[in-house]
Design a protein around this ligand. Structure first.
Ligand SMILES: Nc1ncnc2c1ncn2[C@@H]1O[C@H](COP(=O)(O)OP(=O)(O)O)[C@@H](O)[C@H]1O
Ligand SMILES: [Mg+2]
Length: 214
């Protein structure tokens, strides 16, 4: 399975979710490759920290790729790994488009507060264009950094539900300090000594849905 965390907004949680999927999938005994296709290299930094902090290392392999070569390299690497997770930058780049020509699934987190239809439409258009090159591309949208409650979540969820060509995942992730705490230690929230049960439950729900685990 090749999963891309993408979209055209920074700070929506792409790297957070991509690194969690890589960690959690690797913990299931799968041979996982995390491809950092973002020039900001946040996923690479996270993995470096993880390799430093954990005696057994990160648990997955991590590489950096950019530009059109992402396509050919990913295709070659797909034969060598069980699963590939790709983290992209918050823009519509050649790299992101290259990943979408070979991906099985695109996942796009949206933050309800900074939500705007303009971004959603752009993502829907991008997906539609990429389906010409990759007809089996599935695209999922979900809320990340959601408010504890309230109208913003509901309104944003409603817009995501209505977006054409994108499947809304009813697995929202709230704004939870655990994500920042975990990132600063090179960990997933599911690995924290002092866990936030809600953060763990929410990321687990998304993980299980995407990898089709009952
Ligand atoms: N659900 C969440 N709750 C709290 N903080 C979050 C959550 N998701 C992401 N963050 C934080 O928001 C910031 C941006 O997230 P990041 O995953 O780097 O976004 P992106 O890769 O889309 O730019 C990071 O500091 C991250 O720790
Ligand atoms: Mg990022």
């Amino acid at each position: 399975m090749i999963i891309v965390a993408g979209g055209i907004k920074g700070g929506s949680g792409k790297t957070t979710v991509a690194t969690h999927l890589a960690v959690m999938r690797a913990l299931q005994g799968r041979d996982v490759l995390l491809i950092d296709a973002d020039d900001q290299e946040t996923a690479t930094d996270f993995t470096a920290l993880r390799n430093e902090r954990l005696p057994e290392g990160a648990g997955y392999t991590s590489i950096k790729l950019t530009g059109a070569s992402v396509r050919t390299e990913t295709l070659r690497l797909a034969k060598k790994y069980d699963d590939i997770v790709i983290d992209t930058g918050g823009r519509d780049t050649t790299s992101q488009r290259a990943t979408l020509t070979v991906a099985d699934k695109l996942i796009v987190p949206f933050v309800p507060r900074s939500f705007d239809v303009w971004t959603l439409e752009k993502v829907a258009n991008l997906v539609e264009e990429m389906r010409a090159a990759n007809p089996r591309l599935k695209a999922y949208v979900f809320l990340n950094r959601a408010d504890p409650q309230g109208r913003d979540n509901d309104e944003a969820a409603e817009l995501l539900r209505e977006a054409g060509g994108l499947e809304y995942l009813d697995t929202p992730i709230g704004t939870r300090k655990a994500f920042g705490n975990a990132a600063s230690q090179g960990l997933a929230v599911t690995e924290l000594k002092q866990q936030d049960p809600k953060a763990t439950q929410e990321i687990n729900a998304l993980f299980r849905y995407l990898f089709d685990i009952q």
